[in-house]
Design a protein around this ligand. Structure first.
Ligand code: ADP
Ligand code: MG
Length: 731
C-alpha cells in the first residue's frame, strides 16, 4: 500500500479554510502601506527633492549625488519606522523571477571596533555591486571580470518586504551591456514614447509624452501542499511529467466563474490584502476553466510599474500559499489535457493629454488618430511576428501554446467584424472620397462613427494570440511564469520602429506637396494593405490555418531553439540597434542564455522522468504483476488444465500488458539517457538546445504514454504518486 499518497490525501481532505481578517475596515486605509509612493515621499522629502525625482521620472533628467543622498535619508527614515533593518537592490536577471542581496543598514560610526550607526547614503541607493558572476549573461561577463552593478530606477517606487527595503534597479555589466530585463524595458518604453509623441504631434501639438500601459491577468493553479510534496515532478519541474487524465476534468466547464472553494477563497483574500499593502490594485479574482485553476488581475498601470508589481505578486502568491497549505503553480502547463496558464498582457498607449490611442474616438479626427495607431501596430506585428513569438517562447510555454484554449504558436491579430469592416472600407476608398472637409472644418474619413458598442462587443476569440479588445490589444501568448518585460520590450520596440517609419513617410509626402490629412490617409491605406496577412479572425487551432498562415508568410516554426533566431536576424538587429534598446552583442548574448535555459529545463525534466519511471512506476507495476502471478500460480494449484486457464485468463493478460509497458518504458528511458549523454557533449548552446529538442524531448511522450497506461492497470492502493483527480479536485 502506498502510505505517503494516502496519508497526504487524507490530510488534505481534513484541511479547513484559514481564517483571514482584513488589515483595516477600508482597503484605502492600508493600501500601499509598504510602498515609498509619491504621497509618502511628500512627507519624507523636501519639495525640491521631490521635484527633482519627478523630473527624473517624467523627463529622464539625471539626479545628482546631493539629491540621491536626500532621497536615501528620507527613504531610510520611512523604512526604519516600518521596522526595516536591511536594504537590497531588487533586480531582474535573465532568469525567472527577481534577485536580491540584503545588506544591513549598519556601519561603523568612526572606525573598526567603534560604535555602529544606521547608514544609508545616496551612493548606496544609487548603485550596488552584487557579486554577479553567477547570473546568466550569455558570455558577456566571463567569471574573471565578474563585476556588474545595479542602478536605481526611480520610476518604480521602493517597497518593504519583511525587514528589508527593496529598491527596484537595473542590472548592467561594467562594460555597459544590459544583463537584465528592466533596463531594456525602460529603453523600449522611452523609444515608444518618443516615436508615438512624434506621430501624435501630427494631430495635436500639445502632446508631450505617451505612456504605455499594461494590465496583466495572472493565471495559476493551486495544489494542496502535501499532495505536491508527494509528486517529485511538481516539486522539481513545476509540472506533472505523468498522470492519466482524471475521468472528470474540465469537460463540464463547471469550474469557470463557479463559486470559489472556501480554502481557496481564504487564500485569495489573504493574497489581496498582501497585494494592497504593496499598492497593487488587484481588481479581479475568479475560478478559471480548469479545475483548481484561478486568475488574478489588477487595474492596468504604466508598464514598468505593472511589471514590477507582477513580479512582486508572483513571489507574494508563493509565500501566501504556504500559509494556506497550498502550493501555487505558475508553470504554463502543469497538467496535460486541461488548460494551461497564461498571463494575458493587455497593452495600450495613452497621451499625457488623456487620450487613449487605442480607443476609438468620437470625432473623425480622433478616429484618424486611432486608425493611425491601429494600422501601425498591425504592420509592426506583421513584419515582426516571428520576433514577437520569440519574446514569449520558453520550454514551458511550448507545452501550452496550441492546445486547450491557449493561442497557437503562430502570431496573428484578431480585430473582430466591426473593425475589419472599417479597415476594408478604408482600404478600398480613394482619399478623395474618404477625406471630405465638412462645414465644421473637420475631416471625415468614412470612419466618423466607430460604434461605441465596440467596447463591450468585441467577439471573444480565445484562440487569437493578439486580440483587439475595445481599447487595447490583449497579447495572450505570454506565459504565466514569464516576466512580462520580454513581451513588452519586443512589442514596444516594434511599434516604436513602425511609428517612426509612419512619421517619416507622412513627412515625405507632405514635402512632396500633399496635405497632411491626405498624406496620413495614403500611408494608412498602404499599411492596411501591407499588413493584411496578420489579420485572422478564424479558428487558430484548425489545420487549415496552419497551411494558410504558412502561405501568408507568417512564422510557423515550432522548435523553441530555432524560434529564438528571430532576435538576431538582420532586421531585428537593425530595429533594436536603431532604437538603442539592444546592441547586436546583447541580442546574441541573450539568445545564448535562452538556449542554455532551455537545455537545462529539459535536462532536469528528463532526469526526473527517468527517476520516476525507474524508481517509482516500474517497481510498483512489478509488485502488482507479482501479486497477479501469485494468483495465477495458486489457481493452477487448485484447478487443473482448462479450468485453471479460464480462471486466470484476465490475470495473465494483465501480466503481459504490464510486461509490455515496463519493457517499453525501460528501453525508452535507456534511450533517453543515451540521447542526453550525446547532447551534453555538444559544444555551443544553440546546438545543444537543438539536440535536447530534437533528440531528447521526443522520448517524453512515449514514456509518459506507457506510464499512464500502467496507472490505469495497477491496483490503486499500490500507486505511489497522487493522481490527477486528487491533485485537481482536492482543495
Ligand atoms: P478579461 O478576462 O475579460 O480579458 P480582465 O478584466 O480579467 O479581462 O482583465 C483585463 C485587464 O485589462 C485588466 O487588468 C484591465 O485593467 C486591463 N485594461 C483595461 N483597459 C486597458 C487599457 N486601456 N490598457 C491596458 N490595459 C487595460
Ligand atoms: Mg483577458
Amino acid at each position: 500500500m502506498s502510505t505517503l499518497r494516502f496519508k497526504v490525501v487524507n490530510e488534505a481532505f481534513k484541511k479547513k479554510a484559514v481564517e483571514i481578517a482584513a488589515p483595516a475596515k477600508f482597503t484605502s486605509d492600508y493600501y500601499g502601506k509598504y510602498v515609498f509612493t509619491k504621497s509618502v515621499m511628500a512627507k519624507y522629502l523636501s519639495k525640491d527633492v521631490l521635484k527633482s525625482i519627478t523630473n527624473a521620472v517624467e523627463k529622464g533628467a539625471t539626479l545628482d549625488r546631493k539629491i540621491a543622498d536626500d532621497v536615501a535619508a528620507g527613504m531610510k527614515m520611512w523604512a526604519t519606522e516600518l521596522g526595516a533593518t536591511h536594504y537590497t537592490h531588487w533586480f531582474q536577471p535573465l532568469t525567472d523571477g527577481t534577485a536580491e542581496k540584503h545588506d544591513s543598514f549598519i556601519d561603523y560610526a568612526a572606525g573598526p571596533g567603534e560604535a555602529i550607526v544606521e547608514e544609508f547614503s545616496g551612493k548606496l541607493l544609487a548603485q550596488q555591486e552584487p557579486d554577479a558572476s553567477s547570473f546568466p549573461s550569455g558570455g558577456i561577463r566571463s567569471t574573471f571580470e565578474a563585476r556588474g552593478y545595479t542602478a536605481w530606477d526611480p520610476s518604480s517606487p521602493a517597497f518593504i518586504v519583511d525587514d528589508t527595503l527593496c529598491i527596484p534597479t537595473i542590472f548592467v555589466s561594467y562594460t555597459g551591456e544590459l544583463l537584465d530585463l528592466k533596463a531594456p524595458l525602460l529603453k523600449s518604453l522611452n523609444a515608444v514614447d518618443k516615436a508615438a509623441v512624434a506621430v501624435c504631434q501630427l494631430f495635436d501639438a500639445n502632446v508631450r509624452k505617451v505612456y504605455a500601459y499594461l494590465g496583466w491577468e495572472q493565471e495559476y493553479f493551486l495544489v494542496d501542499e502535501g499532495l505536491y510534496a508527494a509528486r517529485p515532478d511538481l516539486l522539481l519541474t513545476g509540472r506533472t511529467l505523468m498522470g492519466h487524465e482524471s475521468a472528470k476534468n474540465q469537460q463540464l466547464e463547471d469550474h469557470y466563474f463557479g463559486a470559489i472553494p472556501s480554502r481557496v477563497a481564504a487564500y485569495m483574500k489573504d493574497l489581496e490584502f498582501e497585494g494592497y499593502k504593496y499598492g497593487i490594485p488587484l481588481k479581479t479574482r475568479h475560478n478559471e476553466v480548469a479545475p483548481n485553476q484561478f486568475e488574478l488581475a489588477p487595474i492596468f498601470g504604466e508598464v514598468n510599474l505593472a511589471v514590477d508589481q507582477n513580479l512582486l505578486i508572483m513571489s507574494i502568491m508563493k509565500r501566501v500559499a504556504r500559509r494556506h497549505g497550498f502550493r501555487v503553480l505558475l508553470h504554463e502547463k502543469p497538467f496535460a489535457g486541461i488548460n494551461g496558464s497564461g498571463k494575458h498582457n493587455n497593452w495600450s498607449l495613452g497621451t499625457d493629454t488623456g487620450v487613449g490611442l487605442l480607443t476609438p474616438g468620437k470625432t473623425p479626427e480622433e478616429n484618424l488618430l486611432f486608425v493611425t495607431f491601429l494600422v501601425s501596430i498591425l504592420k509592426a506585428l506583421y513584419k515582426n511576428n516571428a520576433l514577437l513569438k520569440a519574446s514569449i517562447m520558453t520550454a514551458q510555454n511550448a507545452h501550452r501554446l496550441g492546445a486547450n484554449e491557449a493561442p497557437p504558436a503562430i502570431i496573428s491579430a484578431f480585430l473582430g467584424t466591426q473593425l475589419t469592416t472599417i479597415l476594408n472600407k478604408l482600404e478600398n476608398s480613394t482619399s478623395e472620397e474618404a477625406i471630405t472637409v465638412d462645414d465644421r472644418k473637420n475631416l471625415s474619413l468614412g470612419i466618423a462613427h466607430i460604434p461605441e458598442v465596440l467596447l463591450d462587443n468585441t467577439d471573444r476569440n480565445r484562440t487569437s494570440p493578439f486580440a483587439f479588445t475595445g481599447n487595447r490589444f490583449e497579447f495572450r501568448a505570454v506565459g504565466s511564469s514569464a516576466n512580462c518585460s520580454s513581451a513588452m520590450i519586443a512589442l514596444n520596440s516594434i511599434v516604436a520602429a513602425q511609428l517612426l517609419e509612419f512619421k517619416a513617410e507622412v513627412d515625405e509626402k507632405i514635402t512632396k506637396g500633399l496635405t497632411k490629412e491626405k498624406a496620413i490617409f495614403d500611408v494608412i491605406r498602404q499599411y492596411i494593405k501591407d499588413s493584411k496577412a496578420i489579420r485572422f479572425d478564424g479558428n487558430g487551432y484548425s489545420d487549415e490555418w496552419k497551411v494558410e498562415a504558412a502561405k501568408r508568410g507568417l512564422d510557423c516554426e515550432t522548435s523553441v531553439p530555432l524560434i529564438y533566431d528571430a532576435y538576431t536576424t538582420k532586421e531585428s538587429v537593425a530595429l533594436f540597434g536603431k532604437l538603442g534598446v539592444f546592441s547586436e552583442k546583447e541580442l546574441h548574448a541573450r539568445n545564448e542564455v535562452k538556449w542554455e535555459t532551455y537545455t537545462k529545463k529539459i535536462q532536469i525534466e528528463a532526469r526526473v522522468l527517468g527517476d520516476l519511471a525507474v524508481n517509482h512506476v516500474i517497481p510498483v507495476a512489478t509488485r502488482y504483476q507479482s501479486i497477479l502471478l501469485d494468483n495465477v500460480y495458486k489457481i493452477s494449484k487448485l484447478y487443473d488444465g482448462k479450468k485453471a486457464e479460464e480462471l486466470s485468463a484476465i490475470d495473465r493478460q494483465i501480466i503481459e500488458e504490464i510486461a509490455l509497458h515496463i519493457n517499453t518504458i525501460k528501453s525508452n528511458v535507456d534511450k533517453l539517457v543515451e540521447a542526453r549523454k550525446v547532447a551534453n557533449k555538444i559544444e555551443g548552446e544553440k546546438e545543444k538546445a537543438l539536440a535536447y529538442h530534437d533528440d531528447v524531448l521526443p522520448y517524453f511522450d512515449t514514456i509518459r504514454y506507457h506510464i499512464d497506461k500502467l496507472e490505469l492497470i495497477v491496483d490503486d492502493e499500490l500507486w505511489t504518486l497522487p493522481k490527477y483527480r486528487e491533485l485537481l479536485f482536492i482543495r
